[in-house]
Design a protein around this ligand. Structure first.
Ligand code: ATP
Ligand code: MG
Length: 581
């Protein structure tokens, strides 16, 4: 990644980094053990004073918008400071992890605009070395094999207000511990029979320091190491060591790990003292996670939404997953704007979903070509317009970008207009079509409404009007007509049908599950499918293309369009916030 001009936006993490970069002790080569695993050597070779961050997802689910915050932060810092950001799969829980998730995470990070060159790592690549470190810690008296049941362990651990008690197995001899740990590794014991614990302090006010578990027995198939290991290291044991092995300088994580930092430091310092690592050790820095209203950002809950069919899969456009966001048409630049705008803080807060939507509008307003679609069509017949005539009108592709030019749209005697643009009984201040009123057909002529026709149920079927031949937009005569209403339309003779899916908030509640089961707060009207009419030029649109449908919002072509004879559009976001109080 190239060095860019120093970042202008400061936050507390940048202040820490700025200070570190000024200090002489900021050298990154730390690994000092036996030959490092190949993957770690790749990064250890670089020892200039560069910052090195990492994004460490557990491949047990799809990434969500909260992860995007972490990705923009970690990869963004590396980019801005000319450093490196590692993509590390924190894969120490064999049962829940799958290659499907690994692949999706890679795609998501790429999609957000980042690459990690050859700096892709898996915690499972360190299993061997972690095991050696565990033996070294046992050898030095810093770890022991405990054989309490999990219930007993919980009981011995104490509570927030009461200290814990030492396990009777805490005094096992070094030899006994080494032998048992080896047996665990050889698969001689059943799940849960023993664990390896770090010997720290059962009376510590910080529960994380009350002899945390480093290894547990789990006869499970790992998605990469298969059945090689019947024991697996815990997150806390793995994470800090992985950071050290990869020479991470700033290990940025969310606030819930603040209480784990003493453990993170304890472990690295012990390994430093034993000569396995070198100074300076990585430092853990916590920031507030993203809490977004009207969605859930927890993998467990997202999995539940998918498994219980509350949504149509991980990439359902209502899901806050990155695959969902992409399908919804949220551009990566919009997500970046969002994370810049909400900033990085040390205190937890909730962000309203409308802020995210505003960022999408701002981004899409710049980048989207304008098109015309009629979402709830009724016919408009121009009675004095020759029925064999097809007239060309011109519509600008982007109101603020003249260089994008304009496109031809045809006009005939038969048009589609929005149902809401005609009123049988117009309320005060209604300037659109009603009998006797004149409006401009945007980019076309001024017409006067002359009548209407209903179906048997009384619903409006066709509206009739007459046009003024000298009123065409862009001609001299146009200025002679002063009308208050300006409505959009499409030529019914050249329009195509499309399926349009309108999305609303997935949850009615700002904080789903605040009082009860979060699934009770699902918005049952979060998806509505309609048949729309779209302008001819959209026929060439491809999956992922984004447009503004004038007056309606931003829409993107859904992948399900492929192989169908009509396009399917997802509404990305409306033009205005409809949830404003
Ligand atoms: P969950 O708690 O939903 O299972 P997680 O935080 O455990 O998710 P990880 O795969 O461990 O998921 O996350 C990878 C990285 O993304 C971590 O560094 C984590 O702190 C960060 N992250 C996860 N959720 C958020 C969030 N809502 N806001 C900011 N960063 C997040
Ligand atoms: Mg996690």
């Amino acid at each position: 990644m190239k060095q860019k001009t120093p970042p202008s936006k400061s936050n507390f993490i940048r202040v820490i980094i700025d200070n570190d970069l000024k200090s002489d002790s900021f050298k990154t080569r730390r690994w000092n053990g036996k030959p490092a695993p190949m993957s770690a050597q790749k990064s250890a070779a670089i020892d200039t004073a560069k910052i090195r961050t990492r994004f460490p997802p557990e491949p047990n689910g799809y990434l969500h918008i909260g992860h995007a915050k972490s990705i923009f932060l970690n990869f963004g810092l590396a980019q801005d400071y000319g450093g490196v950001c590692h993509l590390r799969f924190d894969d120490t829980n064999p049962e829940k992890e799958e290659i499907e998730y690994v692949n999706s995470i890679r795609e998501n990070v790429n999609w957000l605009g980042f690459n990690w060159d050859n700096h892709e790592y898996f915690s499972s690549d360190y299993f061997e070395i972690l095991y050696e470190f565990a033996i070294a810690l046992i050898d030095a008296g810093f770890a022991y094999v405990d054989s309490l049941s999990s219930e007993e362990m919980r009981e011995y651990r104490g509570t927030l207000t009461e200290p814990g008690r030492n396990s009777p197995f805490r005094t096992r001899t070094k030899e006994e511990n080494l032998a048992l740990f080896q047996e665990m590794r050889e698969g001689k014991h059943a799940d849960g029979v023993h664990v390896l614990r770090l010997k720290i302090d059962m009376e510590s006010p910080n529960i994380n320091l009350r002899d945390p578990v480093a290894y547990r027995i789990k006869h499970a198939i790992h998605h990469r190491t298969k059945n090689k290991w019947p024991i697996y290291p815990n997150y806390d044991f793995t994470h800090g060591i992985s950071d050290s092995l990869e020479n991470i300088t700033h290990s940025i994580c969310t606030l819930e790990f603040e209480d784990h930092r003493p453990l993170y430091d304890w472990l690295n310092q012990k390994l430093l003292a034993l000569g396995f690592l070198q100074n300076p050790l990585p430092q853990q820095i916590e920031f507030a996670r993203l809490n977004l209203s009207h969605v859930v950002l927890s993998k467990r809950k997202l999995i539940q939404l998918v498994k219980e069919n509350h949504v149509d899969g991980w990439d359902d456009p209502r899901m806050p997953t990155l695959v969902g966001a992409r399908r919804r048409g949220y551009p990566p630049a919009g997500l970046r704007l969002f994370t810049d705008r909400i900033g990085v803080a040390k205190a937890d807060s909730w962000i309203d979903y409308s802020i995210l939507e505003d960022c999408m509008r701002e981004t899409l307003n710049e980048s989207s070509m304008r098109k015309i679609a009629v979402l709830n069509p009724i016919k408009l017949l121009i009675q004095n317009f020759d029925q064999n005539r097809a007239e060309i009108c011109y519509a600008p592709n982007h109101p603020k970008k003249k260089e994008l030019g304009s496109r031809e749209i045809s006009l005939s005697n038969e048009l589609w207009i929005e149902r809401e643009d005609f009123s049988e009984d117009p309320p005060k201040g209604y300037f659109r079509l009603f009998v006797g009123n004149t409006v401009r057909l945007r980019y076309g002529y001024v017409v006067k409404c002359t009548g209407f026709e209903t179906d048997q149920q009384g619903a409006i079927k066709t509206v009739f009007c007459e046009y003024y031949p000298d009123s065409k937009s862009g001609t001299d005569g146009a200025d002679n007509y002063k009308v208050k209403g300006n409505i959009h339309w499409i030529d019914a003779k050249s329009a195509s049908k499309a399926k349009v899916i309108l999305y609303d908030r997935l949850f009615n509640e700002e904080r789903p599950g605040k009082s009860g089961d979060f699934t009770d707060d699902l918005n049952s009207n979060s998806k509505q499918i309609i048949e729309a009419q779209i302008e001819h030029s959209l026929n060439l649109a491809q999956t992922g293309d984004c447009f503004q449908f004038e007056r309606h919002g931003y829409f993107t072509v859904d992948p399900s369009s492929e192989g169908l004879d009509q396009l399917v559009f997802n509404r990305t976001v409306t033009l205005r916030d409809r949830w404003k109080k």
